[in-house]
Structures are given as C-alpha cells and as structure tokens.
Design a protein around this ligand. Structure first.
Ligand code: NAD
Length: 301
C-alpha cells in the first residue's frame, strides 16, 4: 500500500516544517526525493539535514537550492531531478512565507513577494511538471504523475490580516483545478491540501497559541500529521482522486465540497432593474443574516 519504489518526487521548501515531513514521508514510501529550499545558509543547512535523514534510513535524496518562484531556478530543479534519477513522478508545491498586514496598511512589496512565492512558485513548477507529463504520455502512451499543491483555509474563509496570502492561496486552488481538468486524460492527478501545523510560519501571533504543543498526549498540530495525506495522494492507490481540496491536521481530513450555486433569482418580467434587485435580494438577505465572519454580521437593512 502506498508503494512509491522507483518513483521520483520533488518537494519545494523541504528544509523545514511541512515540506520536510512530506519529503520524509515520500522517501519512507520508497520515492527518491529532490529536496528544494531557498539558497540561504540556514535553509541550505536545513535542506541538507532533511536529505541526510532520508539517506539515514536507506532511501535516496538530493538537494537542489533555489527560489521556487524563479523560472531559472525551477527549471534547474526539474533538470536536477531528471539528470539524477531519470524521471519526475510527484511534484509537491509547498514552499512559501507570509508578510501579514491589513489591506489598508499593506505595501506593494508585501503584496508582490507573497503572491510571487506562493502563486508563481506553484505556477512555474506546475508548468514544468505538467509539460513533462503531457510530453511523456504522448510519446510513451502512459505516464505516472501526481501534483500536490499547498493552499490554506485563508483562501476560502478570508483572513483579515493576510490579503496577499489569502489571494495567492485562492489562486493556487483555481490553477490546480484547471490543471486537474487538463491532465485528467493522461491519468495525472492534481489535488490541493490545506494544512494546519505548528511550524516556523505559524510560530508567532495567534497561531502560536492555537497550535502550541501539548504538555502531554496527542500533538495534533505536529507537521508530521499532514504528511501521510501527501504520501497517499502521491500513491498509485489515489489515481482516481483528482481536483479535490482537503483540510488536514491531527487525525482529521476534511474533504471540501465542490463549489456549487446557491439560491437563484430570475426576474419574471425580463432583465433586472436596481429596484427589482432590491425587492428580491434585500428581502432574501434580511431573512438570511449571513455573517461575513463568525461573530460578525452586517445588520439587516
Ligand atoms: N503551517 C500551517 O499551519 C499552514 C497552514 C496553511 C498553509 N500552509 C502552507 O504550507 C506550506 C509550508 O509552510 P510551513 O508552515 O511548513 O512553513 P515553514 O516556514 O516551516 O517552511 C517553509 C519552507 O519554505 C522555504 N522557502 C521559503 N521561500 C522559499 C522560496 N522562495 N523557494 C524555496 N523555498 C522557500 C523556507 O526556507 C522553509 O524551509 C506553505 O505554503 C504554507 O503557506 C501552512
């Protein structure tokens, strides 16, 4: 079950946190893993530690440093995997960081860098993997491809202090759904996880309290709890699961419902006017009292 012997995986941002646990998980299942992290001293050391730990239990790993969102670095990463192991089967897009700020105080640099590392960081690596798998499927008739993207609940529930991060994470879902549709005919799957874990990223502010380690008992927010889902989605057994978004932490996996239309209003006498919309929608929303956030609702008008 979950055997990845002979398979090759790339994990971005695998020096620390979730990426590290995911790389270890894939290696334990038999994959050869290419560990990417940014080209900074502490990140290089962390990535090398991940690779060493993998080698320590007899699996194969190599490190390839670079910015996950830089096209040249992403191309070099993909090439390093092909040069060393001759194939790529699993692409785990994970790397990223936050620069939190409310929307009225956020500057362009805070917006651009966070959107770049997450959204472009997914895009350039997805482009490489999907193009490679498409070409291989056309040439050889079949291919083994598994794409796993990393979003966040911030994408769908909103996150008041993270307009950059929430928007990028929503874009990742949209991009992954399109890739899932496009690659379905080659048997390639694309899925999205929304993890919760205590890592460097969540180790400050309210998440530090929310995700604190228990003094005893089950450590629900240990990042290792997320990794088995990545291992499963990468496995042969999950070949029929694609286009899904799952929240994962502790002992829990929540599969998100596919988006669907809610209440529909048609104007009986033709196209809408502002007055007719007010008549229909105002009474609907007055009756509904839909909160924007838990504990916060716009008073009925
Ligand atoms: N921890 C959570 O609760 C949580 C919740 C939702 C989503 N996520 C997502 O999970 C992913 C991993 O986050 P984490 O919590 O493990 O954070 P982390 O800070 O522990 O690890 C992120 C890793 O990515 C690396 N990295 C940063 N920028 C990079 C770049 N440009 N190129 C290559 N590597 C880079 C860092 O050096 C680090 O090793 C992120 O995409 C994050 O948004 C985490």
């Amino acid at each position: 079950m979950g055997d990845l012997s002979g398979k090759v995986a790339i994990v971005t941002g695998a020096g620390r946190g979730l990426g590290r646990e995911e790389a270890l998980q894939l290696a334990r299942q038999g994959a050869r893993v290419v560990i990417n992290d940014i080209d900074r001293n502490d990140a290089r050391d962390a990535a090398e530690d991940t690779a060493e730990e993998i080698r320590g239990f007899g699996a194969e790993a190599l490190t390839c440093y670079g910015d996950c969102a830089d096209t040249n670095d992403a191309n070099a990463l993909f090439k390093a995997a092909l040069d060393a192991y001759g194939d790529v089967n699993i692409m785990v897009n994970n790397a990223g960081f936050c620069r939190d700020q409310t929307i009225f105080n956020m500057d362009d640099e805070q917006f651009d860098t966070v959107v770049k590392v997450h959204l472009r960081g997914h895009f350039v690596n997805m482009r490489n993997a999907s193009g490679y798998w498409r070409g291989k499927a056309k040439q050889e008739g079949s291919v083994y491809g598994r794409m796993i993207s990393t979003s966040s609940e911030a994408a769908i529930f909103g996150s008041a202090g993270q307009p950059n991060y929430a928007a990028a994470k929503a874009g990742i879902i949209a991009m992954s759904m399109g890739a899932a549709q496009l690659l379905m005919k080659y048997g390639v799957t694309c899925n999205v996880i929304m993890p919760r874990a205590r890592t460097d990223m969540t180790n400050s502010g309210i998440t530090a309290e929310m995700f604190a380690a228990p003094e005893q008992g089950f450590d629900a927010f240990h990042p290792a709890n997320v990794a088995p889902l990545v291992g499963y989605l990468a496995s042969p057994e999950a070949g029929h699961i694609s286009g899904e978004v799952m929240v994962v932490w502790g002992n829990q996996v929540d599969v998100l419902e596919r988006p669907r239309f809610g209440p529909r209003f048609n104007h009986a006498d033709g196209t809408w006017s502002v007055e007719a919309l007010h008549e229909s929608l105002s009474s609907h929303f007055n009756a509904e009292h839909r909160p924007v956030l838990d504990g916060f609702s716009v008073p009925p008008q």
